[in-house]
Design a protein. Structure first.
Length: 250
């Protein structure tokens, strides 16, 4: 694919990425409070939409161009992403109660993020708060909490959500680069209006009895609760949500 053909395709991809991107946070919690955590940027919908075109673009690009020499001290964007998540996993592995920390950047499945096991929910909380906001994906802060008391799980995000986090990150970056904050915020709302944030709670050895968030759905076997939000969508943001998610288990 020649450069003049490539530009419209890339523009289409950029404009479509926000509507195809889902951030998936999965928390598995066992009866004793131990479990596993995984969070990923899931762009698999992009692959479904552009997979064949992207493959053809790659093949044709090799035909229409020659390979340029790349300085030895430079790395690709893909490698930078891999390095970023590997570094996050390394930081997590140094935390008390954390094990099996893995960073991943799967370009074939359009997924990137990290995962790890934790001995206690307190270890999960402390490890995530210790990360920088961007690595923690924004739902973990000093005001947030997650705890399991008896058969009741309670999680509070400190009256903030992923939309608030995303807005703060974008505005901070705009200020650092000397850009107009209001303009960046409006652009962000337009680009990320269909961005989805999905939180999945798995309880492998307990069943869900009750939950207080009407937006959530529970699997037929009652072991999994899923909460799907569109953090930058005004209508979604207007939906009433509890100050804290409360799940009562059997």
């Amino acid at each position: 694919m020649k450069t003049t053909q490539l530009v419209p395709f890339l523009l289409l991809v950029v404009m479509s990425l926000s509507s195809c991107l889902t951030i998936v946070e999965e928390i598995t919690i066992r009866k004793d409070g131990s479990g596993s955590y995984r969070i990923a940027m899931d762009g698999s919908k992009v692959k479904e939409m552009f997979g064949d075109i992207a493959n053809k673009m790659g093949t044709d690009s090799q035909k229409d161009s020659t390979r340029a020499e790349v300085p030895a001290d430079t790395i690709s964007d893909v490698e930078k992403e891999e390095k970023k998540y590997m570094l996050t996993a390394r930081l997590l592995s140094e935390k008390s109660g954390i094990s099996n920390a893995i960073g991943f950047n799967d370009t074939t499945q359009f997924q990137s993020g990290y995962s790890f096991d934790f001995a206690r929910l307190e270890d999960l909380q402390e490890a995530m708060i210790s990360l920088e906001d961007e690595e923690a994906f924004g739902l973990w802060n000093d005001e947030a909490s997650i705890e399991l008391k008896g058969k009741t799980l309670k999680r509070s995000t400190g009256n903030s959500g992923f939309g608030d986090f995303l807005a703060e990150v974008m505005l901070k970056k705009s200020e650092d680069e000397g850009q107009d904050g209001a303009a960046v915020k409006n652009m962000m709302k337009m680009m990320f209006r269909d961005l989805e944030f999905k939180t999945v709670y798995h309880f492998p050895d307990q069943k869900i009895k009750k939950w207080n968030d009407k937006r959530a759905t529970v699997s037929n076997d009652r072991h999994t609760l899923t909460l799907l939000e569109k953090p930058m969508d005004e209508k979604s943001k207007a939906d009433k949500k509890p100050e804290a998610l409360i799940i009562r288990l059997k």
